[in-house]
Design a protein around this ligand. Structure first.
Ligand code: ATP
Length: 235
């Protein structure tokens, strides 16, 4: 579904990604783990078109179409939706209006089935459709940001740190929902600091260190890897 080949990204003269190659296959959950500043968000922002690769050799293919250099809204229209770090909802708007805004990013009008899909995964949002988004709890705002992304009917959902700043119980809940969304047919690429949980729900994972992929493999194998356990699983 998604393939990054030799992707380089620089911020001015500083190189943030050094020729990384990553693949996400249809129906998978793939995790990208790594320390602060490793380049995880940069990778996601490049995939969704917010940043451009700095080398002509960098190729990003989504559903067999090269998307590097394409504007972000075109990429959303193709079926790729990005929930950025820090869940930016429209604070003055209601939950319903936020969801409606999500649907504007794709072709075709939203139907009741789009709202129903979101309410199915996030019953808490259904209870709060009229509530102003700025007054939602952190976890509910994360749910709304994810629900808004689902309104675009994505084939691939990319999530940047969905667990950030949430209480452990809520983190578990969000991760179960991510598994459910995947089971319902959406492919997922996930960036997470919480490597434990990320490896638990993912099929495969990549480890990013200072802009390079240093390890990749089935998530279960990585969770057993001695170096990973020391560096990312706090053992
Ligand atoms: P975190 O988990 O802390 O968000 P990350 O793995 O997502 O980290 P990135 O945010 O992708 O890392 O950052 C990768 C590198 O690029 C870091 O060295 C960071 O300082 C640098 N960087 C990120 N954004 C910018 C920017 N707008 N301008 C200059 N440098 C940047």
């Amino acid at each position: 579904m998604l393939k990054l080949e030799k992707v380089d990204v620089s911020y001015g003269s500083i190189k943030a990604l050094h020729g990384i190659s990553v693949e996400v296959k249809n129906s998978e959950i793939v995790a990208l783990i790594g320390a602060n500043g490793a380049g995880k968000s940069t990778t996601l922002r490049t995939i969704s078109g917010l940043l451009k690769p700095s080398s002509k050799e960098s190729i990003i293919t989504f559903k067999d179409v090269q998307i590097q250099g394409m504007p972000p809204h075109k990429i959303v229209e193709m079926g790729l939706s990005h929930v950025p770090e820090g869940r930016r909802v429209f604070p003055e708007m209601s939950v319903y209006e936020n969801l409606l805004m999500g649907a504007h990013s794709r072709k075709g009008k939203p139907g009741q089935e789009d709202f129903d899909r979101v309410y199915h995964h996030f019953p808490r949002l259904k209870e709060r459709i009229k509530q102003v988004a700025g007054t939602l709890s952190g976890g509910e705002q994360q749910m709304l940001a994810m629900g808004r992304a689902l309104m675009t009917r994505p084939d691939l959902l990319i999530l940047d740190e969905p667990s950030m700043g949430l209480a452990p119980m809520l983190v578990e809940e969000i991760f179960h929902i991510i598994e459910d969304i995947n089971a319902a047919g959406t492919t997922i690429l996930l960036v997470e600091q919480n490597a434990h949980l990320a490896l638990e729900i993912s099929h495969r994972a990549y480890v990013l260190e200072t802009g390079e992929i240093v390890l990749e493999g089935p998530a279960r194998e990585l969770a057993q890897n001695e170096d990973i356990r020391k560096a990312y699983l706090g053992e």
